[in-house]
Design a protein around this ligand. Sequence first.
Ligand code: SIN
Length: 206
Amino acid sequence: MTVNTQPGSQAQSQNSQPLPADEQASTWLFGYGSLIWKPELPFIRAHPARVDGYVRRFWQGSEDHRGTPESPGRVVTLVPDYQGQCFGVAYLVSNIEIEQTFAQLDHREKNGYTRLTLDLNLGSDAVLTDEKVVAGITYIADEYNEAYLGQAPIAQIAKEIFHSVGPSGTNTEYLLELAQALRDRVIDDPHVFALETEIRTLLNQS
Ligand code: SIN
């Protein structure tokens, strides 16, 4: 895995305000997929977060969690989009626990993801304005990894998800859990909700 981040002082505010005490020796991690509904992290607190310049897409293959090498499932990654935004959850992790957390996440996300440092908007209103911007680390699977599947029509992606299962469970469960977690947090994501609609149709037909 290529690692382009260093643990440590990631939780520095890029604004001039002093950092709250619990952010002074901590690192922000950004989750936008299973890390929203199944974080399994030793976090101090969680905060809604927005990243700009990316959108969430079911374009990454999953050969180890929600599919197999012979029949990969599909999971989300962040795809660069100049005008795009992705809403998710930022987790504040103590630097005492960050190395172990990275080791666990590196293993969990080993099928094509690498760490990337991004600006996280943690504004206090619904759209998370940039009143508070911090550096945060996320796991992203780019188009050059071997498991990458890329773009396809929504109906085709839904069928692939519907028929995939791996050691962590069905791919359908991953999609429905993510859709519900976004709905619970009042996060709109037309890509995810279009897939959810297709999957529910397939479930009703089966
Ligand atoms: C994430 O949740 O932030 C990464 C992708 C995933 O594990 O689903």
